[in-house]
Design a protein around this ligand. Structure first.
Ligand SMILES: *Cc1c(COP(=O)(O)O)cnc(C)c1O
Length: 381
């Protein structure tokens, strides 16, 4: 049998041909006026992705580089920060902060739970000396989205800087950085942006820059002041070909329209949720988002085998669980360059594998549920 590959993982995600082709263009010197003008245009256009008027900076790193940049630039050793830990990426915030000797106050939740604005409010009241709150807009490890807009209502009239990891959330969840008052937003290229891994983006407002001015942490490559000083040029060698690709990806985003993209993710995720429920499966998250649908592996089924057969036999790459939920959940992504037929394919493959592993489901039951949602949302429009 011919096997095609379907990338239904929450990063890396599929890259459109037009974007790949853009990356194949000739690499030119990064200090030429030609390239600097491409970089300037790209970074200016990138503001649209965040819905911000503030400058966007690009690092040659995966998303974690920009998370580290946020910690390194906003704080000094001994400073206090509130961190929400409700999954793998919240834990990463804590690990980075600890590496920079930040005094961490953790809001530790069960995986799958979403922090509430009230919990953030209480943590700030209990820790009036905290300078920053680090959140994860979409906790990819659990398929959970937080009420970021509500949380920003708590922080925006205080001195506390609100930082959010939107590495997976950007374009998949509504995000209005300036309107909501999010002070720092971080993202990476290999998720909703439809690019290969290798670029991280960060944007900061004036409130955040005030903290950057006071920061005494050691840093070099990720020193945001160096990026601000040389903007739009890059202090080091920028990712020339990745910048071409980013420019193209932003054009695709603008052509589709950001609201339509948020809606596309919502529709595909709704269809996925409906399909797995129709198959008698249970969602893992208490507040499921549109990046990936985390599903509990049914009793008696080997979750590691499930994702392996999906990938190796059927060509459909989904994600398993991380850390203590490894083998206990699987995650079907709806992130990035995916169509309604990618989602339908993923559900069809899941039905094959569930039957193969002895969890008997009626063929087409999940697909039907997905199609019903998609027809209502897309077919009848
Ligand atoms: C993918 C992801 C990251 C970044 O991971 P990298 O491997 O460094 O790109 C950070 N946070 C979240 C929520 C993610 O989904």
């Amino acid at each position: 049998m011919i096997k095609k590959n379907y990338l239904l993982s929450p990063g890396p995600t599929p890259v459109p041909f037009d974007v790949l082709l853009e990356g194949a263009r000739e690499t030119i010197h990064h200090r030429t006026p030609q390239f600097v003008s491409i970089l300037e245009e790209t970074l200016e256009e990138a503001k649209y992705l965040f819905q911000t008027k503030n400058n966007v900076f690009a690092f040659l790193s995966s998303g974690t580089g920009a998370l580290e940049a946020a910690v390194a630039n906003l704080l000094s050793p001994g400073d206090k920060a509130i961190i929400v830990e409700a999954g793998k990426f919240g834990e990463r915030w804590r690990e980075i902060a600890e590496a920079y000797n930040v005094n961490v106050v953790s809001i530790k939740l069960e995986w799958g739970e979403a922090v509430t604005p009230e919990q953030i409010k209480k943590a700030i009241e209990d820790n009036p000396d905290a300078k920053v709150v680090f959140t994860t807009y979409s906790e990819t490890s659990t398929g959970t989205v937080i009420d970021l807009e509500g949380i920003a209502k708590v922080t925006r009239n205080t001195d506390v800087v609100l930082v959010t990891d939107a590495v997976s959330a950007l374009l998949a969840e509504p995000l209005k950085t300036d309107e909501w008052g999010i002070d720092v937003v971080v993202t990476g290229s290999q998720k909703g942006l439809m690019l290969p891994p290798g670029l991280a983006l960060i944007t900061l407002n004036e409130k955040a820059w005030k903290l950057v001015e006071q920061s005494k942490n050691s840093k070099y490559y990720f020193n945001l002041k160096a990026y601000r000083k040389s903007y739009p040029d890059n202090p080091w060698t920028p990712g020339v070909n990745l910048i071409y690709m980013l420019r193209k990806a932003i054009k695709l985003v603008k052509d589709e329209g950001i609201e339509n993209i948020w809606e596309r993710h919502r529709v595909l995720a709704d269809a996925t949720r409906s399909a797995v429920k129709a198959l008698g499966l249970e969602l893992f998250s208490k507040r499921p988002g549109n990046v990936a649908t985390a599903v509990k592996v049914p009793e008696g089924i080997d979750g590691k085998k499930l994702t392996k057969i999906m990938r190796d036999k059927y060509g459909v790459t989904i994600a398993g669980g991380q850390a203590h939920v490894k083998g206990k959940i699987f995650r079907i992504s709806t992130l990035g360059y995916l169509s309604i037929f990618d989602t339908i394919t993923g559900i069809a493959a899941l039905e094959f594998v569930l039957n193969e592993l002895g969890y008997k489901v009626e063929f087409g039951k999940g697909v039907k549920a997905a199609q019903e949602v998609l027809f209502k949302e897309v077919g009848q429009q």
